[in-house]
Design a protein around this ligand. Sequence first.
Ligand code: BGC
Length: 440
Amino acid sequence: MKDAGQVRALLHARLRTLLFALLVSVSAVLGTVGMRPVHAQALAQALPVDVLHWWTSASERRAADQLSAALLANGVQWKDAAIPGGGGMAAVKVLKSRVLMRDPPDVAQLIGTTLTDWADGGLVLPLNTVAARQKWTQALFPTVMELVTYKGDVIAVPLGIHRINTLLYNRRLFARLGMPPPRTWEEFEVAARKLSGMGIKPLAWSDEPWQMATVFESVLLGEAGPTLYRELMVQRKSSAWLSPHVEQALTRLRWLRNTSGDVPVERTWNDAARELWNDGAAMMIMGDWAKGELMAWGASAEKDFGCVTVPGTQNMHLYSIDTFAMLVSARQREATQEKVAEVLAGAPAQLAYNRIKGSVPVRRDMDVSSLDACAIDSWSTFAAPHSARVPSLAHRMAADEATKDAVAQALWRYLTNPRMDAQETQRRLAALLRAPQADH
Ligand code: BGC
């Protein structure tokens, strides 16, 4: 039995505990409420920049949010002007019309050769001061630096390197198949036959022209090798398009497309990736942003899916490098635009963004060991002196917007019209991809 004094002491102790708990929760509430004004204050004080880009899938959105958070921490507010549409088909059109209306965004996702066209028009702010201050020449990969340098000026901030020659595979389905992922086209064919026999679609496919072009260039690299690939895409040796290697690549492309049946399937790249994730298809050939998307849905690169290079492209890196250009406008936001470049090229933003985006950092002075296995392989291949780094045509690294679209259209015609043969397509491609004074 407790006496009155003991009961009082017990009651006091309980009361103290209760009061303490109450204080903790009140301060927690006040704390979070208190955070908001701080965040709101940061936003209110931050200098705004209007950012036009085409990242609207789950992983793309999240990756962009990382950039936006890094900027806010440095006093810059990202005002989003995203234009949906894989591969930037719509974004580039909207960008052009905004510039024509004299309302350019402060920051735009302008990549590859499009950049130089815009720089020629005096529309892009040079970032030489930032690049010199941050020693980009030493810190970034030479290929990246070359891409963003034009007529002696640095014309964009590079964000990440995507690998196009990526073959993603579903680990569960390959375990059922009892086969390792294919390294050669012969192995690919064996796997495809077995998968079809099991009622599983071998390849997640889409008939969107830019996606077809993305698959084609990886297949072409495998069939042609890097030297011929460069002659075709970079030097634009028109006659090289008539090579039997190109014919083989086109025949292979048609075969790949036909593993999905005859009904046209025009869908977004992330819908195609969803099929891989849902066990509806066993493989997908796509830039490694598709890997980022699978990871954003909770898939693990160790347990659920894996990636290898497209057959024939081992030790080759078919790259597409995302870049932001700062556009010149009457608003005169140069100091803020330079800040954007400085923050986004920095190691912390690079790591946070690329981890989610599926690409890899553009810096060679970084430790990337915390990234997933596909990313480590991509970064190491890009860094290795003897590996072949070749530019993507489908993603504007090797050709301007109009040529890229015309090539994608020619491939689309070839794949959707069974009467159109590989040779005729080769002749069309030879006409589209010819250097001004090249041999014919
Ligand atoms: C871009 C990627 C993007 C992909 C799909 C590519 O051209 O480089 O950043 O995720 O298109 O939209």
